[in-house]
Each structure stands twice: as structure tokens, then as C-alpha cells.
Design a protein around this ligand. Structure first.
Ligand SMILES: NC(=O)c1ccc[n+]([C@@H]2O[C@H](COP(=O)([O-])OP(=O)(O)OC[C@H]3O[C@@H](n4cnc5c(N)ncnc54)[C@H](OP(=O)(O)O)[C@@H]3O)[C@@H](O)[C@H]2O)c1
Length: 235
């Protein structure tokens, strides 16, 4: 897949899946605009400082007129029993996972419409399809994000903007560090997946690149489960 002559915004490119996507797009010829809250971190692209609580207009002003793709990576794994989750937990999760995406999309949608074909990729979680203990806050938000994704896919289909969501299972990134902090935890997690291992950022970024590319121009409004078989197989 070549991306020469195309421009992409990757929100949250300083680590994990976003970092891997940014590297692959860059290696394949794309011009990339990348964000983090901390510009001292080492990551590729034209770096822009952005926190989801910031005014996204400041982000927009640093972008070109035409964008061929947007990837929104910020997310949370705030796992607690329902009885311990506060209103603030639900609001924080909603802000990072959903409202941040809404604010960014609102700012860049006209740039995406200016490209002949463009693609938005969002990130949900396997736990939306397969209920899991202690996930009620994050899954409330990620379900909303999936709803946003399919609604926008419909609304912008005639403008040449595709919108898809990837729903990963446990993937070895800084976000999941607490869940993978010992060899025992890693082994138990690997065994839960029919494919026999946990995910790598590379597994997820490969799918994202496909969804950003011209190889997938007939795919929109989908949730792609990249989860080592966890959500659909019993073996
Ligand atoms: N890893 C998993 O096991 C897993 C499983 C299911 C779903 N997912 C989803 O996949 C997506 C990517 O996850 P990941 O594992 O790659 O996470 P990650 O390694 O923590 O990377 C998240 C990226 O988003 C940025 N970010 C985080 N909070 C932000 C905020 N408040 N404002 C602006 N930027 C923010 C981070 O940048 P800075 O910290 O530098 O600002 C970082 O570049 C997330 O939406 C996550 O929910 C991950």
C-alpha cells in the first residue's frame, strides 16, 4: 500500500497503536500530522500538541487544507467494579474516548471531504461485543463511539468519507501495561485468546492501514474485530 501524496492526521501517535500507524504511513510515503500531549516524546511526523480537553481549533489551524485520513487513538482502560465507578469516571471515559473524537472530526471533516476518497478510523474494544467484568464505564463510551462511527459513515457516505472502527482485544501497549505487568498475567491473557497470544500494535496498525488505503474503498460503517478470535470463537 502506497500513500504518496496523501496527508493524514493521527491523534495520539506517541505510543502504542498510533505510533505504529504513524511509522507505517510515513514509511509508505504519506505526509503525517501527529499529536501527543507531550512533544518531548520521540515519534514521527509533523508534531502537534493536543490534549482532548484542548480547543481542537488550534489543532485544525496546523493542518493542510486537504486530509485523506484521520485516526483517533486516545482511549482508556479504567476497569473497576460498577459499585466503585463514580459519575466522574464515566464522564472522564466519555471525554477521552468519544467527545475528543467528536471534537476532532468536527474540525477536520471539511478537509476530509475535499479529498476524493478519505477514511476515518476509530478504536473501540472487544468488550463491546463480549461482556467482561469491570468494563461498564469504558464500554459505555466505546459503544457510543461505535454508534458515532456508523452514524457518520451514513451521513458522509455521499461525500466520499468512509468511517470504520477497529475493536481490538488486549494489545501489548503502554495503555495495557497494568494488565500485562507480570509473566503470569501475560500467560493467562495469551491463553484466553483462541489465537494463543495477546495482540501486538503491529497487528492492529496493519488493519488500520488497510482501512486508510484505497484497497478498502467499499468498506464503511464497519466494526472490524481484531482480537485473536476472542469475540467469536470457542475452542
Ligand atoms: N491496548 C489495548 O489493549 C487496547 C484494547 C482495546 C482497545 N484499545 C484502544 O486502542 C486505542 C489505542 O490504544 P493504545 O493501546 O495504543 O494506547 P496508548 O499506547 O496509551 O496510546 C494512546 C495515544 O493517545 C494519546 N492520548 C491519550 N490520552 C490522551 C488525551 N487525553 N488527549 C490527547 N491524547 C491522548 C497518547 O499520547 P500522550 O500520552 O503522549 O499524550 C498516545 O499517543 C485506544 O482507543 C484504546 O482504547 C486498546
Amino acid at each position: 500500500m502506497r500513500f504518496t501524496g496523501k496527508s493524514f492526521l493521527i491523534v495520539g501517535a506517541s505510543s502504542g497503536i498510533g505510533f505504529s500507524i504513524a511509522n507505517k504511513l510515513s514509511e509508505n510515503g504519506a505526509e503525517i500530522f501527529t499529536t501527543s500531549r507531550d512533544l518531548t516524546k520521540d515519534f514521527p511526523g509533523k508534531k502537534i500538541q493536543f490534549d482532548v480537553s484542548d480547543d481542537p481549533q488550534n489543532l485544525n489551524l496546523q493542518l493542510p487544507d486537504v486530509l485523506h485520513g484521520l485516526v483517533y487513538c486516545p482511549g482508556t482502560i479504567n476497569l473497576k467494579p460498577f459499585s466503585r465507578l463514580t459519575d466522574q469516571d464515566f464522564l472522564n471515559d466519555f471525554q477521552v474516548n468519544v467527545l475528543g473524537a467528536i471534537k476532532v472530526i468536527r474540525q477536520v471533516i471539511n478537509k476530509l471531504k475535499k479529498a476524493e476518497n478519505s477514511s476515518i478510523v476509530l478504536f473501540s474494544t472487544v468488550a463491546v461485543k463480549t461482556g467482561m467484568n469491570f468494563h461498564s464505564s469504558v464500554v459505555t463510551s466505546k459503544s457510543g463511539l461505535e454508534g458515532l462511527s456508523i452514524s457518520l459513515a451514513a451521513e458522509y457516505s455521499s461525500s466520499g468519507v468512509r468511517v470504520n472502527t477497529i475493536a481490538p482485544s488486549l494489545t501489548d501497549t503502554p495503555l495495557a501495561a497494568n494488565l500485562l505487568s507480570t509473566p503470569e498475567k501475560r500467560e493467562i491473557s495469551a491463553k484466553r485468546h483462541p489465537a494463543g497470544r495477546i495482540g501486538l500494535a503491529d497487528d492492529i496498525s496493519s488493519a488500520a492501514l488497510f482501512l486508510l488505503s484505497d484497497e478498502s474503498t467499499w468498506i464503511t460503517g464497519q466494526v472490524l474485530h481484531i482480537d485473536g478470535g476472542l469475540s467469536s470463537l470457542r475452542v
